[in-house]
Design a protein around this ligand. Structure first.
Ligand SMILES: Nc1ncnc2c1ncn2[C@@H]1O[C@H](COP(=O)(O)OP(=O)(O)OP(=O)(O)O)[C@@H](O)[C@H]1O
Ligand SMILES: Cc1ncc(COP(=O)(O)O)c(N)n1
Length: 517
């Protein structure tokens, strides 16, 4: 594939955390060739904005024309526009050039509270919005664009996003970074009002300078790469953003809100040492072994989750999952799945018991044993009830394991012969993907009907979103990623492979019914 050319039209940040400087890093980190036309020169740092200089708009147009007269532009990301006059100039160029992908981040006020758009430019900005494919307002910006008071809760924000999306015929990514609490939900709202949720726990860091800039540049790049699959582009960009936010404290830039670590994932996966000694710290002993430093458990968690992003998206798109969510999955196929699941869980419980036997601490031993018990008793009981339930169920308990079920079980059994670390890593996707899917199914990400008591599989769907299972999933992720952080590089690599292979089997397992045949 030819590398996509992505143009950022935005203001500057000489500390490199926001604006054009952040955009260029974000575009590069997400697989594009970055270009930039400057709307405004901003004397700012991580603590705040000191001065803004807006060059004559004719010079901005000259920059834009210099690019578009020569270079194929695959995507444009628009950030700080400073004034109504600048907005008019960008609008005029967009109408002439019509880039295939345009993402507009309607930057108005910096994290520091300083204005980055003149107060009288709001109407001009509203007129620019229909020229974009996607806009990415934070909560205060969304309210201004919608002409409402700032939303007090997420539901209200979604209402405002629907309003703007319908009125301007544009996709709106409503961002929840400014909400109080420990969650930072985002949602992609289409002009027809469809909502795609991107939930996420807040990462405990104050290094959020330039997150909005970086995210919108990442989405523009990913959308140009994947043929404008906006849901996919947003999921990938968010996974990358979270990884980069989680690693932001490895940087030491300024004393205010610091930047994210745009290349943390690349550097970690490429084996670069990302934690050089601080100035004044004693130099490393000359005999220190060469090679990369071990990643943290948190970095491994982000890395592994991002690595299976494609598998997770394919799982979401399975007809089985869609049919389960909207209730159209034929009962026969549902029962086929349940029969295979019962067979799988019997074997999974044995593997969990083996992980428990191999565990290095009493705490881990007890946890995995509890999970083994949960798998064999709790889940099988539910399945038995299901199997004995309705017409067509008879005999399914005697079902033969399918090739897929056998393959998945064999992968787990093989991993369980290779030591605690690999065995535990192989069991993780079953926890993690199932819990994630459950939270999104019952959170309405696959349509409201999946939450309804009238849903034909309501009882079954409720088991997906069990809070105890969600808690166990967190514990399992913690144990496995901490074991990976402490393991040798070779063992860590084997764990990663066992994890990724199990994630693929998980997708295959969901996709084995006639629905996806
Ligand atoms: N602490 C955090 N942990 C995880 N994700 C976060 C956090 N803070 C912000 N985000 C995410 O970062 C993105 C930007 O969100 P936010 O709502 O802060 O937009 P913004 O105000 O435009 O950003 P900026 O701070 O750059 O101006 C969103 O995807 C949001 O969910
Ligand atoms: C040139 C420019 N563009 C955008 C922002 C907003 O970013 P943040 O809200 O994180 O300060 C900024 N500070 N500077």
């Amino acid at each position: 594939m030819t590398v996509v050319n992505v143009l950022s039209i935005a203001g500057t940040d000489p500390t490199g955390g926001a604006g054009i400087q952040a955009d260029l890093k974000s575009i590069a980190a997400n697989g594009g060739y970055g270009m930039a036309a400057v709307t405004a020169l901003v004397a700012q740092n991580t603590r705040g904005v000191r001065e803004v200089h807006v060059p004559p708009t004719a010079f901005l147009t000259a920059q834009l024309d210099a690019v578009s007269d020569d270079v194929r532009i695959d995507a444009v990301k628009i950030g700080m526009l400073a004034s109504a006059e600048v907005i008019e100039a960008v609008g005029e160029w967009l109408r002439r050039v019509r880039p295939p992908v345009t993402v507009l981040d309607p930057v108005m006020i910096a994290t520091s509270g300083d204005r980055l758009l003149d107060a009288d430019a709001t109407d001009a900005l509203r007129r620019l919005i229909p020229l974009a494919d996607l806009i990415t307002p934070n909560l205060p910006e969304l309210a201004i664009v919608a002409g409402r008071d700032p939303a007090g809760c997420w539901e209200e924000a979604l209402g405002q996003a629907r309003l703007v999306a319908a009125e301007a015929d544009v996709r709106v990514l409503a961002k929840g970074g400014h909400l109080p609490g420990d969650q930072t939900p985002d949602a992609l709202v289409s002009p027809s009002g469809e909502v795609l949720d991107f939930p996420g726990a807040r990462i405990p860091t104050s290094n959020t300078h330039g997150t909005g800039c970086s995210l919108s540049a990442a989405i523009a790049t990913r959308a140009a790469r994947n043929g404008a699959d906006w849901g996919g582009a947003t999921a990938e960009a968010k996974a990358w953003l979270r990884e980069s936010l989680a690693a932001s404290d490895r940087l030491d830039v300024g004393s205010g809100h610091g930047p994210l670590h745009h290349f943390s994932g690349l550097w970690t996966r490429g084996g670069l040492d990302t934690a050089p000694a601080a100035p004044g710290a004693p130099a490393a002993a000359p005999t220190a072994p060469p090679g990369p430093t071990a990643p943290t458990a948190e970095a491994i968690r982000e890395d592994w989750w991002v690595r299976i992003a494609g598998v997770r998206r394919e799982t979401d798109d399975l007809r089985f999952i869609r049919g389960l969510a909207d209730g159209t999955l034929p009962r026969e196929q549902f029962l086929d799945y349940v029969a295979q699941d019962a067979l799988y869980l019997g074997a999974y419980a044995r593997v969990l018991a083996r992980v428990s036997a191999l565990a290095p601490s009493a705490e881990e031993q007890a946890f995995w044993a509890k999970c083994a018990q949960g798998a064999i008793i709790g889940e099988l009981e539910l399945h038995r009830a299901r199997l004995e339930a309705g017409p067509g169920a008879a005999g399914t308990r005697d079902a033969e394991p399918s090739a897929t079920t056998t393959g998945y079980i064999n992968h787990l059994l093989a991993a369980s012969t290779r030591g605690y670390e690999e065995a535990a890593a192989a069991t993780l996707p079953c926890f993690w993907m199932y819990a994630d899917l459950g939270a999104r199914l019952t959170g309405g990400a696959f349509g409201e009907f999946a939450r309804s008591a009238d849903h034909p599989y309501a009882e079954w769907l409720a088991t997906y979103d069990d809070p105890v299972f969600a808690e166990d999933t967190e514990t399992a992720i913690g144990f496995v990623t901490r074991a990976a952080a402490q393991a040798t590089p070779a063992t860590r690599e084997r764990m990663r492979r066992a994890f990724e292979a199990a994630a693929v089997w998980e997708r295959e397992f969901f996709g084995q019914t006639a629905a996806d045949a």
